[in-house]
Design a protein around this ligand. Structure first.
Ligand code: DLL
Length: 434
């Protein structure tokens, strides 16, 4: 179901006209209120009046995470502190936190796009939505919460942690939708198994999963184990939080990015050149309506592509293809570029392996090494050692064939790798400690 039929089905021409008006307003606002952006305009030799088409956006430089860090905490805010009603922050894996401030209207916009997103996944006001994204400075919990409330659904604000208790809550409250990271969904499922709860017997029918990269193979695994539709939701704190883009149940193919609020571009991550529609590169987003901390051409570091072909659901907003990785998560193993998700896809094709895996990168005698630790399921674990060893060899061979990199595959006992309550930690790079 569409939450906001008019906006979600705007013909492209109207959508672009709206984007241009909003872009011009945005440029005027940041020029007047944010010294950082005024300087950027001046250095580029232009004023907001020079932005006459969407294409003119190219005249402005990118904004990067480092810029937000340099102006920590509030230096890029575009409204007086009095107008900020909420702060969130993302720590990321390295460096100083990035702080985002929301005005009342920003929170309303966020609730709107998050509600649209849940509706696209097939959730409506009759649903009970169990939110197991963390509540706090992380945007996941409160973002999904705001969307579900705006939709008129019943929200269970479970947050992360107490996993077995959450499995009981899911059963007892009869949640029909679950919002959390895909890795935490599997963790919840395992806790349910241990407590004798089969998710397939519960009323649960929709998963709204995101905040970390995952693959089509992992989707199939989750759907089969839990008996639900596992839907992909995208977002990032700097731009808003969950609900920047969302898959629709009708096509389950690419995430509609709400273009009346966010203007996407795809660039070559090395040269910064804007790539033609359909090509894969780094996603760059301009926030068209945000008031607290608007961003012009923000480099997300997420690798994806834009699909402008019409979608069967009737929504006209462009679709982001599944995130292939982050340009800063890409591993370079002896010169070969490898994304963790490529390895995940290969692992998930082997029967008996679980989606619980970790990549350990090291440097031994000046050579990069990559060890893939992956848990096997109980059935395979009970098999003979010989069989397990031959499976390790087969996976190593497949990875070498498809990705061109030599690895060491280590099959691990079920439940031996650490579980995360939020984003899974897939990479341990020991080279960084040396
Ligand atoms: O993870 C916001 C969010 C919360 C999105 C809940 C979806 C659901 P950050 O902590 O700032 O914000 O992390 C943003 O997470 O740049 C991507 O690299 C990654 N990410 C988010 N959603 C997806 C997804 C939240 N569906 C970073 N697929 C982003 C792959 C994703 N990666």
């Amino acid at each position: 179901m569409l939450f906001n039929i008019r906006q979600e089905t705007l013909p492209r021409e109207d959508l672009e006209a709206l984007q241009l008006r909003r872009l011009q307003d945005l440029c005027a606002r940041v020029y007047a209120n944010v010294p950082f952006y005024r300087k950027r305009f001046e250095e580029s030799g232009i004023t907001p009046a020079d932005i006459k088409s969407l294409d003119n956006l190219k005249l402005l430089p990118f904004t990067e995470k480092q810029d937000l860090r340099n102006y920590y905490p509030f230096g890029l805010f575009a409204v007086p502190r009095d107008n900020i009603v909420r702060l969130h922050a993302s720590s990321g894996t390295t460096g100083k936190a990035v702080v985002v401030g929301y005005t009342q209207r920003d929170l309303e916009t966020w609730a709107e796009v998050a509600a649209r997103s849940l509706a696209a996944a097939g959730v409506n006001h009759t649903d009970t939505v169990h939110v197991a994204y963390g509540y706090g400075l992380f945007t996941g919990g409160l973002g999904a919460h705001g969307g579900a409330e705006h939709l008129g659904a019943t929200v269970v604000p479970a947050s992360g942690g107490s996993t077995r208790r959450q499995a009981y809550l899911l059963r007892d409250f009869g949640a029909t939708a679950l919002c959390c990271t895909p890795s935490y969904a599997l963790h919840l499922w395992e806790a349910g198994q241990e407590a004798g709860i089969d998710f397939r017997d519960l009323p649960l029918r929709t998963g709204v999963f995101g905040a970390e990269p995952w693959t089509e193979e992992m989707r199939q695994d989750i759907e089969q184990k839990m008996g639900i539709n596992a839907m992909n939701i995208y977002g990032l704190s700097e731009v808003m939080g969950p609900g920047v883009a969302m898959e629709c149940l009708d096509a389950k193919c690419g995430m509609h990015l709400w273009e009346d609020h966010f203007l996407p571009e795809i660039i070559d991550p090395v040269t910064g050149e804007v790539l033609p529609a359909g090509e894969t590169g780094e996603l760059v987003i301009t926030t068209l309506t945000k008031e607290g901390i608007p961003l012009i051409r923000y480099r997300t570091r997420d690798i994806t592509s834009l699909d402008y072909t019409p979608c069967r659901c009737g929504r006209t907003h462009v679709r982001l293809t599944r995130i292939k990785g982050r340009s800063d998560d890409m591993l370079i193993i002896r010169g070969v570029n490898v994304f963790p998700q490529q390895i995940e896809s290969i692992l998930m094709e082997s029967e008996g392996l679980t989606p619980n895996y970790q990549l350990v990168v090291d440097r031994v005698h000046n050579l990069d090494t990559l060890e893939i630790q992956v848990e096997v399921d109980e059935a395979l674990f009970a098999d003979e050692i010989r069989k397990l060893q031959s499976l390790e060899g087969r996976i190593q061979k497949t990875i070498k064939e498809f990705l061109g990199v030599s690895t060491k595959v280590r099959l691990m006992e079920p439940h031996s790798l650490e579980r995360s309550e939020g984003k899974a930690k897939r990479i341990i790079d020991k080279r960084l400690e040396k």
